[in-house]
Design a protein around this ligand. Structure first.
Ligand code: ADE
Ligand code: ZN
Length: 340
């Protein structure tokens, strides 16, 4: 922040009532904590500290997540991460979040997903009791998993019916996995039938065909990224017609080489084409960003007025899996923004 005008803009965007619908718990580790845990465990850092957060694209980034999450090997560490996540929401002025967690990254918890959910739930509940914003979980499959693994995950989620869990999700690298919509269609259909919401990473490491599969084969209520839909006007039209919201993460798309610059980023073209867009962080600590900064990036690049910022924030709330009371409260607060 290098000028009073910028500082004022940041404060105003912090005060903007909003939800976050595309953020991974895996992306919220502070590098200093990772270093501390690695030293304690006698585990080597993947690269020197000053280059720890330099990623060579999505595949490299996902490998890093395996390393980082492998260090979170106690229930206390998970509860602390969940609590710290809610503190981050409060600092960003975010009233609610759907947070993605992908059990495949957390090696210490393999085969113990339920215990993992319980430990996270303890942290979120403690945060709620301390008056911090709340979050619900989107439990994620990895694109490279098998249909059987997906079926088992869905069976478990349906059996546990845990109130902290809002949705089934899928993330990971579609470029490495190929076209996998058909492989996961049955799992997503059963999850939807059992009352779970569905959110799908597509149109980041896949093109518009991945977005179409997310809609037509996986029944996505929401699409994470989805930006490469812009490469096919028929897919853009489908998103607009069906009102399927995109959880867009500008800095992530720049850092992980989806677009070379913000000028080339399609968020504004999608919005103008009638697609419901929201702004999100994806992996805030690891990408060194926060939600007000993401709004500021889009606002300053595309000259968004307050009315457009409000519309995008409203989409974030409507697109979230928060309960009706939380949504109504956030939207009534939003109608009063900006306050000066
Ligand atoms: N997991 C964490 N961040 C991700 C991203 N940007 N794409 C796919 N999977 C992810
Ligand atoms: Zn993501």
């Amino acid at each position: 922040m290098n000028s009073p005008a910028k500082a004022k803009q940041h404060t105003s965007l912090c005060a903007l009532p909003k939800a976050e619908v595309h953020v991974h718990l895996e992306g919220t580790f502070e590098p200093s904590i990772l270093e501390k845990w690695a030293v304690e465990a006698g585990v080597a850092m993947p690269r020197p500290r000053e280059r720890l957060l330099e990623f060579g694209g999505l595949a490299d980034f996902l490998h890093f997540l395996d390393w980082a999450c492998g260090l979170a090997n106690t229930a206390d560490r998970l509860s602390e991460l969940a609590y710290a996540f809610c503190q981050r929401l409060a600092a960003d002025g975010t009233g609610y979040a759907d947070v993605i967690i992908n059990p495949t990254h957390w090696s210490a918890w393999h085969g113990r997903t339920r215990a993992m959910i319980e430990a996270l739930d303890a942290g979120f509940t403690a945060a709620e009791q301390d008056g911090l914003p709340t979050a619900r979980l989107c439990i994620s499959l990895l694109r490279t998993q098998t249909a059987d693994e997906a079926a088992e995950m869905v069976d478990q989620l349906v059996e546990w019916c845990h109130p902290r869990v809002a949705a089934l999700s899928i993330d990971g690298n579609e470029a490495a996995a190929g076209r996998t919509g058909p492989r996961f269609a049955d799992a997503f259909r059963r999850a939807g039938a059992a009352g779970l919401r569905r959110t799908v990473h597509a149109g980041e490491s896949s093109g518009p065909e991945g977005v179409r599969d997310a809609i037509e084969l996986l029944g996505a209520d929401r699409i994470d990224h989805g930006v490469r839909a812009i490469e096919d006007e028929r897919v853009v039209a489908l998103l607009a017609e069906r009102g399927i919201p995109l959880g867009i993460c500008p800095t992530s798309n720049l850092t992980l080489n989806v677009y070379p610059s913000m000028d080339a980023h399609p968020i504004e073209r999608l919005r103008k084409a009638g697609v419901r867009v929201s702004v999100n962080t994806d992996d805030p600590s690891l990408l060194a960003t926060n939600l007000p900064s993401e709004y500021e990036l889009a606002r300053s690049t595309f000259g968004w007025t307050d009315a457009i910022v409000r519309e995008v924030a409203r989409t974030s709330i409507d697109a979230s899996f928060a309960d009706a009371d939380t949504k109504a409260l956030l939207k009534s607060q939003l109608s009063l923004w900006p306050s000066d």
